[in-house]
Design a protein around this ligand. Sequence first.
Ligand SMILES: NC(=O)C1=CN([C@@H]2O[C@H](COP(=O)(O)OP(=O)(O)OC[C@H]3O[C@@H](n4cnc5c(N)ncnc54)[C@H](O)[C@@H]3O)[C@@H](O)[C@H]2O)[C@@H](O)CC1
Ligand SMILES: Nc1ncnc2c1ncn2[C@@H]1O[C@H](COP(=O)(O)OP(=O)(O)O)[C@@H](O)[C@H]1O
Ligand SMILES: [K+]
Length: 455
Amino acid sequence: MTPLDGTPVLTAAQMRDAEEATGVSVEDLMHRAGTGIATALRRLAAGREVLILCGPGNNGGDGYVAANLLAAAGLSVRVAALAEPRSAAAIKARDGWGGAVEDVADAAPAAILVDALFGTGLSRPLDDAIANRLHELQATAQFSIAVDLPSGLATDDGAVLTRPPAFDVTLALGAAKPSHLLQPAARYCGAVRLLDIGLGAAGQERVLAAPALRDPGPDSHKYTRGLVAIVPGAMPGAAELASIAALRSGAGYVLLLTDAPGSPHAIVRRAWRDDALDDARIGAVLIGPGLGRDAQAQHRLDTALATPHRFVIDGDALHLVTPDRLATLKELAILTPHSGEFDALFGTSDISKIDRTRRAAARANAIVVHKGADTVIAAPDGRVAIAAHASDWLSTAGTGDVLAGAIAAMRAGLPDAFEAACAGVWLHADAARRCDKAFIADDLAVALTAARGAL
Ligand SMILES: NC(=O)C1=CN([C@@H]2O[C@H](COP(=O)(O)OP(=O)(O)OC[C@H]3O[C@@H](n4cnc5c(N)ncnc54)[C@H](O)[C@@H]3O)[C@@H](O)[C@H]2O)[C@@H](O)CC1
Ligand SMILES: Nc1ncnc2c1ncn2[C@@H]1O[C@H](COP(=O)(O)OP(=O)(O)O)[C@@H](O)[C@H]1O
Ligand SMILES: [K+]
């Protein structure tokens, strides 16, 4: 049982290919999966009675294998099935289970509920009776665990076919799947842990991992640490938040282009002029937070984009550019749209958030940080990182400005724009986890120092 950070994310089809590529039989893979599940369950159950619900496919097969191993280890375990197993491997797994098989419809509850009904093979909504029974048994359990995926979730796009109960833990077999991370599905998974079954798969999509950042050394000075220039506009508070976030993420110098006074004093303030960005020491320019969408905003944006800097483009600025204009920038820009800004810039579509974000990155030749409770980061070269859920308390004004500042600091210090975007999203999420409920964006910006300190 390991955390998902940095591991590949595979669709159902990619899982099948990866399983085939191992050359290992379905039966042996099922044995590996069942062994991993049984090992995890022994720890999670801590001696309490376990009820494993087995479906007709290989997910159910995994459940039978685990049940058999747990019983052999002396644990109190019962099995309840929906229907007869269908695949050869699942039939063999059921035959290997020596105990009784109860009917899910009238099985008595247990302290530990294990959902091995459906995994990556679910193709349509569950029958109401099955879904209701799953909810009843989960509600009376002390602890609930889903094998591979909570039954009712689609695998590839975060869709909920039938609403499952919210599980405490989901054991992802072989690799994370998009629905472990994408909403609305991800909220039903609880803590997701990976069980290794020996797949060698590595696609271009990965779960976001902690960045490897270098601390300053004896030769460092404020400019080598990265100079971030921030272009404010109609709502100055947003640019102030971004400035604090950039400093507290480790930027050496933050230049806020305003003549309005403010704190902290560590922020260098200078009035905007059309030549304010003519400084080769500038490592990244952030424009968008609180910019407004008036003529002044458009002028500042056009003036800024005419310079050869590395840009982080957020908020209002995303309404004042086109993908075509972005694609002509000299340096790879980082765009940080929330879903409304994303739709305005790239249009709406039904495909998964991962595919939409990847296409947008290719279209604008930019790094796209598609925000939300399931932030997806994509690069034009095809790399994709998906952030594990951070904190629902991030849904408060100004947290996006903080993210933009953190990313700008990373962009000023790192040559690879995708890695910079990933590092900023990681710091922002970690800062949120360090804050109490009902934190405000100012607290989040301050918590970036601790998040940076933990790396
Ligand atoms: N294929 C392999 O080599 C391995 C698969 N593993 C397990 O197998 C799972 C995938 O196995 P399967 O492809 O058999 O899929 P599932 O076990 O998810 O079940 C699919 C079966 O249920 C039926 N079905 C789909 N939706 C239904 C619905 N709403 N109501 C009733 N029946 C429905 C399908 O027709 C199919 O027979 C993975 O999630 C994982 O748990 C592991 O054992 C590791 C190895
Ligand atoms: N429910 C949630 N769970 C986790 N993160 C969230 C949630 N809602 C919003 N966020 C994050 O909070 C930030 C909000 O940004 P944004 O919508 O631009 O806000 P603002 O413009 O007010 O700063 C983004 O980083 C987003 O990913
Ligand atoms: K399941």
